[in-house]
Design a protein around this ligand. Structure first.
Ligand SMILES: [Zn+2]
Length: 63
């Protein structure tokens, strides 16, 4: 099984479970946007590809 598959570059949106397939190999820490719900996902692992919901950057620092 040395065949390179694109499946390793597909992951699931943690918000809506839609498939996220980057156009190219992403880098760890890169932000991917879900095409379905528009949520931002941070790449936490590239092999296999895993993402986590990107922390929301709030402009309002209340404290
Ligand atoms: Zn989504």
């Amino acid at each position: 099984m040395s065949q390179t598959s694109t499946s390793e570059m597909t992951t699931e949106c943690t918000s809506c479970a839609a498939a996220i397939t980057p156009q190219r190999r992403p880098l760890c820490g890169e932000i991917l946007r879900c095409g379905d719900c528009n949520a931002e996902m941070e790449v936490v692992s590239v092999s296999p590809l895993r993402v986590e919901e990107a922390p929301q950057v709030q402009e309002d620092w209340g404290e």
